[in-house]
Each structure stands twice: as C-alpha cells, then as structure tokens.
Design a protein around this ligand. Structure first.
Ligand code: R5P
Length: 293
C-alpha cells in the first residue's frame, strides 16, 4: 500500500501539542533586530497533506503574523492540502458590526487565511461559532470547530455528580446544554466606557433565573478573559445559596490574576483546556484534535 504523504509542522508555541504527532517538524522562526519575524518551512510540502500546529496566544498579534507567514510559505510549495490547527483563535470576538465603522476582525482574520491558501482551519470552541462541534464557513474559510464541553464536564462531574450545569450567558448555552437540564444565566453588558482607550464593556447585570439553593453548580463558558463574567457568576450563585460552584472554560486566559480572584470568590475547581497554557489546564487540545482527524 502506498504511504500517505502527510506532514505535521509545528511552531514554538505548539511544542506540547506536537508531542502527540510523532515525526512533526519544527518550523524555523527567528527575529530580525527590528522585531520582524523571519520564518522558514524546513521541509518539502509539495503534494503533501500538511497540518500546521500553532498557538496564537500569548502575543496574539505577533503569532497571527507568524500564522500568515506560515500559511503563505507552505502554500508556495504547492501542498495537496493545508490544514491549520489554532486552538484559541484570536480576533474571534468582533464578529459583527454594532456601531457603524467598526472592523469585523473575525472576517479579516478568516479572509486572510483563506486568501493565503489555508484549506481548513481547525479550532476549538470558536467564539463566533457558538454552536459546538461542526464544520462552518466564515469569509470563505472552511472551519472545523471542535468543542471541549463534553471533556470539561466529564472532568468536573465526579466532583459534583448531580450538579446543575449552567452557562453564564446565552452565548455559551450550547456548552451547558450538553448536560441534561443545562441552564443559562442572563447577562447584560454596558457600552464601552466613553473616553477610555480600553475596549471593555462592564457587566451591568448577571442573574441566574433558576434555583440553585443547596445545589452543586458547574458554570461552563467558552473563555475566561478578565474573569469578570465567571467571578460575578460564582458570586451570584453563591449568594443564591449554591452549595458549591465549579468552573469550566475552554480558553483560560485568566487576565489580571483572574484565577486567584475566582478562588477568592468561592469557586471550587477551575478547569480549562491547554489551548492556552495555564495551571488550570486539565484537558488536552491535542487529544481533541487527534480524535477529530
Ligand atoms: C462572552 O460572550 C464570552 O462567552 C465570555 O463570557 C466572555 O468573553 C468572558 O470575558 P471576561 O472573562 O472578560 O468576562
């Protein structure tokens, strides 16, 4: 039987993921003195099914440029196909124009990857998809979205077997609905602070709307960024009489010491994937990827 011409390539940010792909080849990257990135694909890609493994976090802007360079450099060698695995896709938040003149960053990133020759982007719980696992399209780019919801819930369930599973807002209800009787809290954000350079919208209101008195609760969300959503959700549920509140999230950015703040707010275990490296990472995105290829 003829051997399939497959090639896995990985960047320095994806070393742990590449460990699950024996024979994966490291992409060469260096810095010019002015900060620009020199990038080279050290392996012939012609006619091969190429899989690129790359984390775009931290340093999202630099890692995106690197991703664009990789895509173009692989494509220039005429691969048979080029799939790219980026477990946490940056710029996925701005997926629609709310105010005239706003950049729809999700379209920009996807459009560039498509135009550079990416055959399929594989990602995990992509913020703009909000539907769980499946194949989608954005700006002409084919996207395979994986979800960590089941793996996260399976990890936390033994700690609280009869727990009520809830998302902190409607956007992540596709995750809580993986559990029987899954609930969704109601969240309202304010507008951007006038005059502030920070694109952050405070949470105006967060309420449960379902009974948690004396119950264990697992909150599940696609990402914990500043942690304000998850921290507030823990407080609200505790004040409503929840016995315990465990937290699950696919992408644990935990900015501004959010992990410690979650614990201080009364959270039990906090679990996330290693899409972003963190001490709370319990679920391997390499495993999710292997199961989906
Ligand atoms: C919102 O739509 C997301 O699902 C998360 O709830 C949100 O982005 C988390 O951000 P933060 O941790 O800053 O509240």
């Amino acid at each position: 039987m003829r051997k399939m011409a497959r090639l896995a390539l990985f960047t320095d940010t994806a070393q742990g993921i590449a460990a699950g792909f024996p024979g994966a080849v490291a992409i060469e990257a260096r810095k010019f003195p002015d900060g620009e990135i020199y990038l080279r694909i050290p392996e012939d890609c012609k006619g091969k099914d190429v899989l690129v493994l790359h984390r775009c976090y931290p340093e999202i802007n630099e890692n995106l440029i690197k991703l664009f360079q990789i895509t173009a450099a692989v494509k220039a060698q005429s691969p048979k196909s080029l799939r790219i695995f980026v477990p946490y896709l940056p710029y996925a938040r701005m997926d629609k124009m709310v105010k005239e003149g706003e950049a729809i960053s999700a379209d920009i990133v996807c459009g560039i990857l498509k135009s550079l020759g990416c055959t399929e982007l594989i990602t995990v719980d992509c913020h703009f998809i909000k539907e769980g696992a499946g194949t989608f399209e954005r700006a002409g780019l084919k996207i395979k979205n994986l979800t960590a919801a089941d793996a996260l819930l399976a990890h936390l369930k033994p700690k609280a077997p009869g727990a009520v599973v809830a998302s902190p807002d409607a956007g992540a209800s596709y995750m809580s609905s993986r559990a029987e009787g899954g609930q969704s809290m109601k969240k309202v954000r304010a507008d951007y602070d006038a005059g502030s350079s920070s694109a952050y919208r405070k949470i105006e209101k967060l309420e449960a709307g379902f009974d948690v008195k004396g119950k264990d609760v697992i909150i599940i969300d696609d990402m914990v960024s500043t942690g304000s959503t998850m921290i507030k959700a823990v407080r609200v549920l505790k004040e409503a009489g929840a016995k315990s509140v465990h937290c699950a999230t696919t992408h644990g950015l935990f900015l501004n010491d959010a992990l410690a703040k979650l614990k201080a707010a009364g959270a039990g275990e906090v679990a996330c994937t290693d899409s972003i490296q963190s001490t709370a990472a319990k679920i391997s995105v390499a495993k999710l990827l292997s199961g989906a290829l």
